[in-house]
Design a protein around this ligand. Structure first.
Ligand SMILES: Nc1nc2c(c(=O)[nH]1)N[C@H]1C(S)=C(S)[C@@H](COP(=O)(O)OP(=O)(O)OC[C@H]3O[C@@H](n4cnc5c(=O)[nH]c(N)nc54)[C@H](O)[C@@H]3O)O[C@H]1N2
Ligand SMILES: Nc1nc2c(c(=O)[nH]1)N[C@H]1C(S)=C(S)[C@@H](COP(=O)(O)OP(=O)(O)OC[C@H]3O[C@@H](n4cnc5c(=O)[nH]c(N)nc54)[C@H](O)[C@@H]3O)O[C@H]1N2
Ligand SMILES: [Mo]
Length: 785
């Protein structure tokens, strides 16, 4: 498709506050024709290092990242480390992410003395973070509308005073973003529960909640069962609903190696053909880089409609079941009989679903579905991996269970090279759940915690992310603590969320950099600056390591290597301990002992957590250790003791006439709410974020020229609408009836009440919208907060 357009037109009005740098001038979109990773990535790394003044440290960091014995865990994503030791297991976006933290820029008290919060609200999100690392604790002064320095002691006392004043512990909510190490996570949930609440919303509520629930129901574990060795052994891999070249770039290595070394078959399932689905040059292959020798990384590209994945999976199952009439090897009958339940009902459902319905709902041709099924049925061992493209859907749980159904039909679990593999987001989001951040804790968890920590834990289910916002809006939650992350921007329904946060008595954030969540604050507010993953964590007993768990259940130590960005910074465990002591005057927990030596936290974790026995010793083994995963050994801790087929009705993914389904996603140059530039290299976009990718026919139907200004209105289930104005329509290879654009700008369109009843996840990839030409352009205007 010809997407080569550029549009130098300048807008008559001021560009509105957006998330990216908001650079003026020309913007464009054209087809990206180079292989993924390769020199474009190398160049971009160089530019980032220069921008952050970090050439030397950056280069040093590259060589220390993800290395066994002493390196720090890359904060970029949760992809496991390649421990072959021979390669640089790094990627462009990981380096960008680490150097963003290691910047030399600092934001000090002078800055806050000269800028009011109202003024800062006018800044872009890029500009806010770009002022550099936070250097000391700050408290909001309403008289001057400014943040002013506060001592750590006074900050903790402020937190404690508010928390103690609540009439119920459930009036506080404790958010976590998946950056937190296991030790801090464990202390954090301990503190919340000793305080008396399970209000522990986290970024998982918007990320992989659906995967956890589906996997639990199906195979009795919330996690995937495969590891990197399996990725090196599989003979077919399905890559579904992930933009790997941008968001899990180290996956490209596994894909390219598989193709080169053993003819791996790769099926990409994505409404967009993303860069990983074309050809790649992985940066550690220096020779390939030099010779521009690219490896094709796709056997089949399927472009289902948004939400059409379940129909595709059911189609594959139907094919296998039909094949089984003539080919006894199509299904693994022995496995089904010994290890599963619910097969007969599932077979009946597949047989009863007509092919044309599967074709209609998936948006794929019959031939395409059959081609995928053929690759699947001919593979000896197959991995199916997925990310947000599946989990952020209305029927995310059913869809992921359908993936499990397909895997179970051929016994693709519990053996080498086979199994389910959710691609996690934040580098320790999986560890956060393992270590107790869960608003719906099990009785087993709570009673083990009580025994190990000698506390009473509450039994009332807590609030998740969406419900925390609703409760703040109603005045039911009065104190909000954000442990990392950028809550105000990451969550749905921007206007409502801003109002909700502003109703709080106290909002506080533990952060490395200034972000919008600090500016959208309660009556009182605290910014509590912490050291980052790349920095040395000095405590009484010496420098501390923290542990993290990657996407594939490996737990290992991470040591920072730079001196803290400012002497005033504290570690996350130290900040949690400070707040806990101030909030719990009668606590018997020796908080400061734990901070002095993280081995003590790990010793208590070893008592509280199944699988963490002898934690301190095992985690010091060269590669750390892998958490025991019963489902991998075909032990299924489900209610039936077997892996369970689901027979859910097919999801309806077809938008009503005139409307479109909009998916919100990341550009190549952003890390969640952190925007590095307004470019999206692999999608060929330069200097434009306020865009919507549309099918050419959908544009024609609406009389939209390329780059036409448009308004987008979303329709909530409760009948309310939300509108963003002055976006640009960009012609793109995307199925008809579908549209895509960037988070977090588009979060203004996500209705708070529209979450999946199966996962409670906001429908961030499945918004019902109408797109019309914008008559009175107010460029990229964001719904006013
Ligand atoms: N560089 C970088 N790395 C990151 C992040 C980052 O922001 N930047 N974020 C981290 C986090 S927290 C997470 S959770 C992950 C996110 O990683 P991704 O899941 O890759 O995140 P998104 O950019 O939201 O992309 C979603 C993908 O799903 C596709 N998609 C949308 N709807 C559908 C659908 O209905 N079906 C299918 N099959 N596909 C669909 C989109 O086209 C897109 O390719 O990445 C992590 N890694
Ligand atoms: N529309 C839409 N919305 C989405 C998504 C989507 O696909 N579409 N994706 C969702 C997903 S998957 C996720 S995970 C969430 C992400 O939600 P969050 O995790 O809340 O957001 P981030 O942007 O990752 O947080 C960035 C901030 O973290 C802080 N930070 C960075 N490093 C550290 C550290 O080491 N310690 C501490 N304490 N703070 C640190 C910095 O201050 C930075 O500003 O967004 C969700 N929102
Ligand atoms: Mo995520």
């Amino acid at each position: 498709m010809d997407n080569t357009h550029s549009h130098p037109e300048k807008l008559a009005v001021e560009p509105a506050v957006g998330c990216g740098p908001n650079v003026d001038g020309e913007f464009s979109q054209h087809d990206y024709t180079h292989p993924a990773a390769a020199w474009g990535a190398a160049k971009s790394v160089g530019l980032t290092l220069i921008q952050q003044g970090e050439i030397l440290n950056g280069v040093k960091a590259i060589f220390r990242m993800n290395h066994e014995n002493g390196g720090y865990d890359c904060p970029g994503c949760a992809w496991p480390d390649d421990r072959k030791g021979l390669r640089m297991d790094i990627c462009e976006n990981g380096i960008k992410h680490a150097t963003w933290e290691m910047t030399r820029k600092r934001v000090d008290r002078e800055f806050f003395a000269t800028h009011t919060v109202s003024q800062l609200m006018e800044w872009s999100d890029f500009a806010l973070e770009d002022v550099g690392r936070l250097t000391e604790p700050l408290s909001y002064d309403s008289a001057s509308d400014k943040y002013i320095p506060i001592s750590w002691d006074d900050a903790f006392q402020t937190a404690g005073r508010h928390l103690r004043a609540l009439s119920s512990p459930h009036q506080a909510s404790f958010y976590t973003s998946g950056r937190l190490g296991n030790e801090a996570t464990f202390l954090y949930q301990w503190f919340a529960r000793e305080f008396g609440t399970n209000n522990l919303p986290d970024c998982s509520n918007m990320c992989h909640e659906a995967s956890g629930r589906a996997l639990n129901a199906s195979i009795g574990t919330g996690k995937g069962t495969v590891d990197l060795v399996d990725w090196q052994k599989a003979d077919a891999i399905f890559v579904m609903g992930v933009n790997a070249a941008s968001n899990a770039p180290r996956m490209l290595t596994a894909l390219a190696d598989g193709v080169k070394e053993r003819g791996l078959k790769i099926v990409h399932v994505n409404p967009l053909i993303e860069a990983a689905a074309t050809r790649v040059i992985t940066p550690h292959e220096i020779l390939d880089m030099a010779l521009f020798r690219a490896t094709p990384t796709s056997s089949l590209n399927l472009q289902p409609r948004i939400g059409g994945d379940m129909a595709l999976m059911r189609g594959i199952a139907k094919y296998l079941i039909e094949e089984a009439d003539t080919n006894p090897k199509a299904l693994d009958r022995l496995f089904i009989e010994r290890f599963t339940s619910g097969f007969e009902a599932y077979r009946a459902v597949c047989q009863a679903t007509p092919w044309d319905e599967l074709v209609r709902q998936s948006g794929l041709t019959l031939e395409a579905i059959r081609a995928a099924a053929k690759i699947y049925s001919e593979s000896r061992s197959c991995i199916i991996s997925w990310c947000l493209g599946l989990s952020q859907q209305e029927n995310g749980v059913d869809t992921i269970r359908e993936i499990m159904n397909v895997l179970l039909l051929r016994g693709n679990i519990g053996r080498e090279g086979a199994g389910p593999c959710p691609i996690r987001g934040h580098s320790n989001v999986q560890g956060n759940r393992t270590c107790g951040v869960d608003h719906r804790p099990t009785e087993e968890w709570l009673s083990r915690l009580e025994a190990a920590c000698k506390i009473r834990a509450p039994r009332e289910p807590g609030l998740d992310t969406v419900r925390t916002i609703a409760a703040m809006a109603k005045g039911e939650v009065k104190v909000f603590l954000g442990m990392g992350g950028n809550f105000a921007m990451a969550v749905p329904d921007r206007n409502l969320t801003f109002e909700a946060l502003r109703r709080c008595d106290l909002t506080m954030h533990v952060s490395t950099k200034l972000n919008r969540s600090h500016l959208v604050h309660g009556r009182e507010a605290l910014i509590l600056p912490c050291i980052g993953r790349t920095e040395i964590d000095h405590q009484q007993s010496g420098p501390q390591g923290i542990t993290v768990e990657d996407s594939m259940s490996m737990v290992h130590l991470s040591y920072g290597m730079n001196e803290p960005g400012s002497p005033e910074l504290r570690s996350e465990p130290a900040i949690i301990a400070g707040i806990a002591q101030a909030a719990l005057p009668h606590t018997k927990t020796p908080w400061q002992d734990y901070v002095a030596d993280y081995d003590r936290i790990r010793d208590t974790m070893a008592d509280a957590l199944i699988g963490f026995e002898d934690f301190n010793r095992r985690v010091r083994q060269p590669l750390g250790f892998r958490l025991h995963q019963p489902a991998r050994e075909l032990i299924f801790q489900t209610t039936t003791g077997k892996a369970t087929f689901s027979s859910a009705p097919l999801a309806d993914a077809i938008p009503p006439a005139g409307k479109l389904i909009l998916s919100t996603m990341r550009s190549h140059d952003q890390w969640n709410t952190t925007i590095y530039s307004d470019n999206d290299r692999y999608r060929g976009v330069k200097n434009l974020r306020t865009l919507i990718f549309l099918n050419a026919k959908d544009m024609e139907e609406r009389n939209l020229e390329p780059f036409a200004l448009i308004n987008i209105t979303s329709f909530a289930k409760d009948g309310t609408t939300r509108t963003l104005e002055g976006y640009r329509a960009v012609r793109y290879n995307i199925p008809r009836g579908n549209a895509a654009g960037y988070m977090p700008e588009l979060n203004a369109l996500c209705p708070l009440g529209d979450f999946s009843p199966q996962s409670d996840q906001p429908l961030m990839k499945q918004l019902l919208v109408e797109i019309v030409a914008c008559r009175s352009p107010r460029a990229g205007r964001h719904a006013k907060a």
